[in-house]
Structure formats: C-alpha cells, structure tokens
Design a protein around this ligand. Structure first.
Ligand SMILES: OC[C@H]1O[C@H](O[C@H]2O[C@H](CO)[C@@H](O)[C@H](O)[C@H]2O)[C@H](O)[C@@H](O)[C@@H]1O
Length: 569
C-alpha cells in the first residue's frame, strides 16, 4: 500500500530536522536587527526587513552593509541606514505585483441570490470587489533572479491576505477560495491550488506561506478541502485527476515521523494521531528580534532551541499565539505545542482522508478510495477515544507526557485532556461524520451555548484574555465558518438556529466595522459589535482574505432579507 504509511515514533527524542536557511534570509535578519537598534521599537515590524529584495547581488550588498558606521549596541546613524536601504533594496512588496483577476466581473451572474436587502447587497459587492485589491502575481524578477528575493516563484496569480501579509498563505487560502466560489471566480480559485501544489512539488509540503523563510513548516492542511470545494462547484474531473498525486504526497508528509504520534487508549488499543512540528530550532526570521528577546531567559542552548521549535510549530498551527499551547497561561515561554495532539489538526487530517477517498473515487482510483475510507474510520475511532469528553460535550486537545519512555506508545490518561475551552473544541462539527449524528450535535450545541464562547459579535477563540491574538476577545473568520457550517448541516433544528444566529452576528460586526473604518479586518473583537481585534505581535491588519471569504460564504448560505436591519442594535 503506497498511499498510507505507519508513523514511526512517539513524542520524545524525535529526529530533529532543521531545514537550512538561505544566505539572503540570514543577511536580512542582520538588517532587521540593525533596523530595530537604529529606529527603535515603536511601529517596528520585523517582517518588513525579510521581505525586502536586493537591487544588486548579495555579496555587494553585504559589503556595503558591513561598511556602515555601527555603534557598540549595533545601531547605525538613521540617515546612513535610510541611505543604505534606499540604495540597495527594493521596498517590501515591490516584487509581488498587481494582477487583474481573469474572471472578475463587478456583479457576477447569480451572485448571492438570497441577499435581498439593498444595503447589504451593496456592501457584499464592495467586498467582492476587494478581490481586485488582493490579487497579485510574482514579478518577472523573482522568476529570473530568485536569489535576490525571499518571495518564492509561483506559476499563477495569487490572493494575498492583505497589508503586511504580501504573500500567499496556506490555510487562509481555503476561506479565500470559499469566497471566490461565491464570487464565481473559479479560475482564480484553481490557480491558488495550482500554486500551493507547486510549493508541495518543490518542498515536499505546502509551506506556511510563499517565502524563503517559511520553508521550515506547513500550516493547517486544507489542500484536499480546497480541491473538494472547487470540484463541488465546477465538476472539473481533470482538475481532480491532477490534484490527487500531490494530495497523496501531502498525506505522507503529515503522517511521517515528526508529525505522527502513537497513543494507546484506555482500552489498550493503539492509535496514530498527529501534532504540529516545525523543522526549525532558531528564531522565526520574520520575527527574529522578538523571538530572541523571549529566548534570552533560557541560558542553555538546547532549551533555547526547543523554545524556538515551539514558536515555529505554533506558527505551523495557524494559532500564533494562544494560551492553548502554553503550560502556564501567563508565561509565554512555556509554549509546548509539539507535545500536544490538537483536536483541529486531527480533524483536518480526518477530512483529508475523507476528501481523498471521495476524489479518488471520482477519477476511478478505487483502491486508493477504499484505503482512505478505512483510514478515516480508524481515525474516527481514535478521535472518539482520545479527544472526546463526555462530561463537557466537547473534544479536548490531548497533552502528551513530556519525557515519557519512548520505547512504548504513550498511554492515554484522562487528566491529560486540556479542559480549557477553546473554539477548536467544537471544530469536529465541521465534518459530516460528526454533524450527521443529531443527538451528538445537540449535546455539543448545548455545550457551546453554555461554554462562554458565544458573544455579542461571534464566537470567541478562548475564554482567556492573555493579550495573544488567538485568545479572548478575538474572533477569527475561519473558526466562525467551520463551526457555523457544521451546525447548519446538522439535522437538529436547534443547531441550525444557533448557526444562523452566529452567522448573522458575524456578518453584522464585519459590516459595521467596514462602514466605520472602510476596511475588512483580519480578526474582530467579539465582545463588541463593529470592533476589530487586537493583541499579538503585530498591529491589526486589514484586507482581508479570509474575512472577505467567510462573509461572502455566509451571505450565500444564509442570505439577508429585504427588511432586516444590518446595524449592531
Ligand atoms: O509574522 C508573524 C506570523 O504571521 C502569520 O500568522 C498570522 O497571519 C497568517 C496570515 O493571515 C495566518 O495564517 C495565521 O493564522 C496568523 O496567526 C504567519 O502565518 C506566521 O507564520 C508568522 O510567524
């Protein structure tokens, strides 16, 4: 059986892969450090410096940089650094250039038929038009001189999230595609998948984002879900045929030894489940000045390296950062992502198995279809034994025993389920295997209603206000979407009512914030209708790919009646 393979290791002493960095990335990290010393912390975004591209070759640029007059603390006179950057670099974002989407029309035929209210329809058309703002392709210089750029070459046009996120991102693309499908932009949606597949072909996994500094990790794996949704709308069998081999390759990546862990349940049955694990043990280049500051508390090199691996693995989870991954919720350096089996990652891989089974059947690969169906049944059993908590009516992340004996699989213990409430505890509802079980959905819906996560403007990410961006009071479009879509697919009237209510709250807050600020936001503050979110390591961003996608998908599904008001009251 070529398509499935068994995991080899448990959590302790895994092989410690580290993907080599590039000389350009290392040099730009030096520039980043000097810029921080020179310009100071206020409004400083370290990512700007690793996104610069070179005007001349690297050795000429390094030579000029080394000649700058530096003080003992590493700063350079502002005018000298300004002059150097202006002379030797093209601005961040100059190598990703505007591309007119081939299939954009201002009002697509059959666009959001259930949206009758003229105000909401007008706004939806503005959100739809934002695809034009976010559409990009890599410049010809990136193709001809890749050594001058951290941006990676891609064959087709992309949709970027927006603002500082000037490159395509992996899991964001799923919700961008959901919006593009509502906007009837099927060719643009397919091109995004083609780009992600080209990264998978080159690097063996879909990268966090299309930059040289993101090669050491992936992001929540939703490629199969993208192919599935596109096929569902377009019926394009050839597209499925081309996508299937890369999907099998991605499945291998997620089930290879670094990401797979064997765990023995309470009934002595072994299960293979997955975790996030970045191939990196240094500061994230896009945030290296920040990471080094936090790591300075570790004096021992291997502890520092482990902390850096936890930071990058958390970025792989897409939830960077959150108390979800911290042993001590008030201590950022207690991140332990690599020792956690996350509910949502395992749901994404279960969905991958179901999608591959479905897609393989479409193209007549019946053996693959049967293998993957079996794999999904096995994972569903694992899911029920390891993550489900009957008392809470939720699925809970499982914390591995750090330092346990690795000769044997770890044995499941009830105390290792994380009882803190996170929106991810409800993500299994997204999968038909779970949302088709009406009594289960009703139990989980009641648990969601009493969880404290349901707020005025949507579902909060957690109950802890830590100042991290993947915590309370922030609400994120992907989390709203997966939970709402799951509830709304169920046979339970109660669950469908809750789904519609959350979707309406989310649409309202996006609308009111848009009217106030003129922009769609990366995240929202769910405590207050019409407020965008904050916290975390960079200033709030606008644009914004997945928020636009989810609003369009919700409006397509739920519509908006003619006489229903759209303000916050
Ligand atoms: O620069 C810091 C981090 O930024 C990214 O993470 C956040 O933005 C992404 C794009 O919208 C999103 O996919 C992710 O869920 C956000 O937390 C990036 O993905 C990280 O790797 C990076 O370190």
């Amino acid at each position: 059986n070529q398509s499935l393979s068994a995991p080899l290791s448990c959590s302790k002493d895994p092989p410690e892969p580290v993907i080599p960095t590039t000389p350009l990335v290392s040099f730009l990290e030096r520039v980043q450090k000097t810029a921080l010393q020179t310009y100071g912390n206020s409004n400083f975004d370290p990512k700007t410096y690793v996104d610069l591209s070179l005007k001349f070759n690297l050795s000429t640029t390094v030579e000029a940089f080394d000649k700058l007059p530096k003080t003992a603390n590493g700063s350079v006179p502002v005018k000298d650094l300004d002059g150097f950057i202006g002379k030797y670099f093209k601005g961040a974002g100059e190598d990703v250039v505007y591309a007119e989407p081939v299939d954009f029309v201002p009002e697509p035929h059959g666009f959001l038929p259930k949206v009758e209210n003229p105000e909401v329809r007008g706004w939806a058309l503005e959100v739809h038009a934002l695809w034009k703002n976010l559409s990009r392709k890599v410049s010809s210089s990136v193709h001809h001189h890749p050594e001058l750029h951290t941006l990676l070459p891609l064959p087709g046009p992309v949709m970027i999230p927006g603002s500082r996120f000037r490159e395509v991102y992996y899991w964001d693309s799923y919700w961008v595609i959901r919006g593009l499908l509502a906007s009837k932009m099927y060719e643009t949606a397919k091109a995004i998948v083609t780009n992600l597949i080209s990264l998978l072909d080159t690097y063996g996994h879909v990268l966090n984002g299309a930059r040289a500094y993101y090669t050491n990790r992936s992001q929540p794996p939703l490629l199969s879900a993208m192919v599935y949704e596109i096929y569902n709308r377009t019926g394009d069998v050839e597209f499925v045929r081309k996508s299937l081999p890369p999907l099998l390759k991605e499945y291998q990546f997620w089930n290879s030894e670094i990401h797979a862990v064997i765990i023995c349940d309470a009934k002595q049955r072994n299960h293979s489940l997955n975790r996030y694990y970045a191939m990196w043990n240094k500061p994230r280049p896009e945030s290296s000045t920040i990471d080094e500051r936090f790591a300075s508390k570790f004096l021992n090199v291997s502890e520092k390296q482990q902390f850096y691996r936890e930071l990058a693995s958390t970025a792989e989870s897409g939830w960077d950062f959150s108390t979800r991954w911290m042993m001590n919720s008030s201590e950022f350096t207690s991140l332990s992502t690599t020792t956690i089996l996350p509910v949502d990652l395992n749901i994404f891989i279960l969905r991958m198995e179901l999608d591959i089974a479905f897609l393989a059947k479409i193209v007549g690969e019946n053996t693959i279809a049967e293998d993957f169906l079996r794999a999904s049944q096995t994972r569903q059993k694992a899911f029920n034994s390891v993550f489900w908590n009957e008392n809470m009516g939720q699925w809970l992340d499982y914390w591995l025993n750090n330092g346990a004996d690795c000769e044997e699989p770890q044995t499941w213990e009830a105390k290792n389920q994380n009882r803190n409430v996170f929106a991810s505890n409800f993500v299994p509802l997204w999968i038909d295997l779970f949302n088709s079980d009406t009594p289960l959905v009703e139990k989980v819906t009641r648990s969601l209603q009493s969880s404290g996560l349901l707020c005025a403007a949507g579902i909060a990410t957690s109950l802890t206000n830590s100042g991290q961006q993947w915590d309370f009071p922030n609400g994120w479009a992907p989390l709203q979407h997966m939970i709402v879509e799951g509830l709304s697919k169920s046979g339970s009237t109660e669950a469908r009512t809750v789904a519609k209510d959350i979707a309406e709250r989310w649409i309202r807050t996006n609308y009111v914030a848009y009217k106030k600020t003129g922009a769609m936001h990366e995240k929202y503050n769910v405590e207050k209708c019409g407020e965008y979110g904050g916290g975390g390591e960079y200033i709030p961003q606008t644009g914004f790919g997945w928020s636009n996608g989810v609003v369009l998908a919700f409006l397509e599904e739920f519509g908006w009646p003619k006489d229903k008001k759209i303000d916050c009251n």
